[in-house]
Ligand binder design. Structure first.
Ligand SMILES: [Zn+2]
Length: 85
């Protein structure tokens, strides 16, 4: 069984590379028992998706976020940090 610290590390790794199925299974089992790691994984997934969607839809390199959008993103990220234990 993995410890929280290891799960956090594996969760980040899993975003970059595909981990073996048995590792992912252990992670899933841990998420079911541990709300802290579960919440962390959800936040990481959300950020990953948000970044991916942004990169995928940016029409060109000159595309700039409006100040309003920047503020909203910064606020969301701060909120995620605050609730992330
Ligand atoms: Zn945990």
């Amino acid at each position: 069984m993995y410890k929280c610290k290891e799960i956090i590390e594996l969760t980040s790794q899993n975003m970059e590379t595909s981990l073996p199925w048995y590792t992912r299974l252990e992670m899933k089992a841990h998420y079911l028992m541990c709300t802290t790691c579960n919440r962390y994984a959800q936040q990481l997934q959300f950020m990953n998706k948000a970044l991916g969607a942004f990169e995928g839809h940016a029409p060109n390199k000159d595309c700039q976020l409006s100040d309003d959008a920047k503020q909203r993103i910064t606020k969301k990220m701060d909120q995620a940090k605050l609730t992330g234990d």
